[in-house]
Structures are given as structure tokens and as C-alpha cells.
Design a protein around this ligand. Sequence first.
Ligand SMILES: [Zn+2]
Length: 255
Amino acid sequence: MAKNPKLIILLYHKIDNYPKNAKFPGLYVAEKDFDRQIKYLKNSGYLFLTLSELKALYDYYFTNGKKSGIIPDLISKRGRYVSLTFDDGSRSVYSNGFKILKENGVKATVFMVSGLVDGINEWDLKNGENRDKMLNMCELKEMAEYGIEIGAHTDTHPHLTLISAEEAYREISVSKKKLEDSLNTDINFFAYPYGDYNEETERLVGEAGFNGACITKTGIVKRGADFFALKRVAIRHNTDFFKFKRKIFKVKLFY
Ligand SMILES: [Zn+2]
């Protein structure tokens, strides 16, 4: 068993070509790039985990040493683990990304804006971004059945620190409840829209019953990690293969 496991969470948004007029090109990763990244991680000995599996593994390595039911199959001899996360719930994750996940036999976690299931990216349109379709419930169910973990990303994608605590709690708890009711499963992880969080929002996410939450600051998950502020590594349209490898290498060394 590796003594110092590397638990890396990658952050993606859309799996699609970057349209030249996009306001936020960083939200796009092309299919061929995504496929190459997954294959590279696989060939480098990384095991792909959902966030709930990552938490179980973290507890095993760093907290209690207990092997829960799912753990034995998940132990990587080289201690390399990666969780792919997709924020927002763009339909491109299903239409372009899902087949790549299946072909490579890997899992991931999708953070869905619960009030925009089968809708469009309303919060992005306000910021000047192109219109994008969101996942519908059939697609979410199909991905969940395959083993993809569905997480919550609020109900309408607000900046949680700019609204009242009552409203923030409603956004956080409603997104959990709506997705749990529709998918008939526990929703255990959360991602803060825009990576916008503070001590209070962390507390509210805990009170709503989540096991952890992701932010957008760069880093890996190591001993002593704050599970309500999990760091990630953002992958963008301009993260070419060389940059991708360098990002993975650097984050292990310096964060
Ligand atoms: Zn988002």
C-alpha cells in the first residue's frame, strides 16, 4: 500500500469544441483532448474514483484505516487516484463525454444545477456566455446507473457569499432534495458555483447533510484536507497535452 497516496480531483465543465465567440473559453475541453487525458491517466496507473469513493479512500489512508466494502478493489499499488468532476451539468457531458468515460471504463462525478434540469445555462447567459443545453433527468439517470456520482451545484447557480444565509441555505438544501427525489439516491457532494465560498457557506453545506464540497482553488487532497473546501485542478480548452501532464506533475509536487 502506498504511504503517500496522491488524490487528485480534476475540474471540467463542457466536453465540446471551443466556439470562437465564447465568453468563457476555459469552460470547454474538446472530446479528443479529454479522451487523450483519460488514457494518459489510465496508462500512468491512476484509479478513477467518484467523490464518495475518494472520501472512503481518504478515511482509509488518513483517518481510521478501515476498509469499507468498496475499498479493496480500489487500492492502487502506486497510490495514484483521480476524481473527474464536471460542474454545472452541461448536456455535452452526456452527448460527448459519457461515451469516452464508458469506452475507458472510468467513473466521474457530475455537479448538477438542480433548477435547470433539461433547461439552459441561464446564469451564464446573464454573464454573456453562449446558450448551452443542460442535462435532462433521463440522461442523469443513465449516467447514475452506469456509476457516475451526481452531486449538487445549487438550484440556480448564484454567488453564495453574496446572498443572505437563509437564501444560501435554501439554494444548497433544495438542490440536494430535488436531485435526491428525482434520482432516488443520496446526493452526498456539492460544488460551490464560481468557487465562491466562505466559512459560513461551508457550515451551511455541512448542515444540509453533504459529506463534502469542491472549490476551484488548485491543489490535491492530502492529509488534513478540509472536506468542505476540496481543492481541484482545472482543465481548460487551452490545456494541451503537454500542459496537462505538467499540471498533474506540478500539483503533486507543490500542493
Ligand atoms: Zn458552475
